[in-house]
Design a protein. Sequence first.
Length: 421
Amino acid sequence: MTARQQPRCAGGAVSRLSFNSAMSDIMTIVVPWFGPDTAGGAETQARQLAAAIHALGAPVEVWTTDGRDSFSPPAPYYRTGPDVVDSVPVQRFPLTPPRPAPCDPYIPAAVQRARLPADWIDFPDHERRLLASLLSSDALLDAIAAERDRRRFIFIPYPFPTTFWGTLLAGERGYLLPCLHDEPYARYSTYRWMFRHTRRVLANSPAERMLALRLYDLPPDRVVMAGEGIDLTPRGDGAAFRKKYGLHGPVLRYAGRRDVSKNFPMLLMYLREYWARRKTPLTLVLTGRDPVDIPPPLRAIVLDLGDVSVQERHDAYAAADVFIQPSTYESFSIVLMESWLQGAPALVNARCDVTREAVEASGGGLSFDGFAEFAAALDLLLENRALRRALGARGRAWVLENCRWEDVARRTVAAVMEDGT
């Protein structure tokens, strides 16, 4: 989405909500990084959600730091102070840099003036040190404390101090949009406390909702399935992409972070073994901002484009015979939905409830658990063009029906404003 675009539903203009004129609360999305040059799944979600809420006519602002994103050094990038992005008012506060390890637990001044949770001394030391080691903003937390009676805060994502301390300061006016993954951090007692003391949790997918309920013993009505959307307007040109890069034969596609947390090394290992056994001429097309070192034996079949434009990213999806999502740490998977939008069938990790359930619900692909299933699924997909087209078409239809930002924004407003509309 460009800086000027407004979200649209699949059928036309967004219909605006009618709000109680006496209502003074402003929905305020709090996110560590935010802006036109900011990368990251949660950051993209925050930006598009804010624009979608604004398009409904609901009062919304974004509070963030002046940093760029998690891929960049923890230093000022954007100008501190007020800004406007996608017609949404943004307030940027000076960042408080992470404290290098080993660091002592740190309590922001705004929290010291309020009140620490009684459980603080019982939290394991390494959990308290983790909070001190992550980027935050003391000035932003001061503002939350000062404005808490006039705003309803949506904190995204869950691990950062802006969210942990922010939910404490916001109290009953704090709502959590966690982007929760089934990862070790999710089981920390600090985050369990946070989930149990926020007013409501907004889930991106049914599997994420069930994970939150299971991990934190929350009442069912405390976790709402608000969902997530994507921009439905891009149209990829797969033929032009293949011609541009001289691609012939099967094209596999991966997008996003190229690190262990997304099982990217496992994908390369599986692909190397598959290629060695099948001798199939194929190309794996990669896009993503973070640098990656491709092992020499695979360089002949890997095309790493790095950080590309939105159009080229979607051209690459449209060119793909199969999109592969090996990650198990997902709450929604924007890249999976984007690939389906362009009609690419998906092959996802069966150990990720979120993506496996999306594949099952949509009929848009297959799942694998281990190399044998990966190879068998890839064989089936690459040998059957009609199957690929059918699965890709089902995935696209499901995305168009379920990933409309207008619908997500309405559910989010309803959950946060409650009786305010």
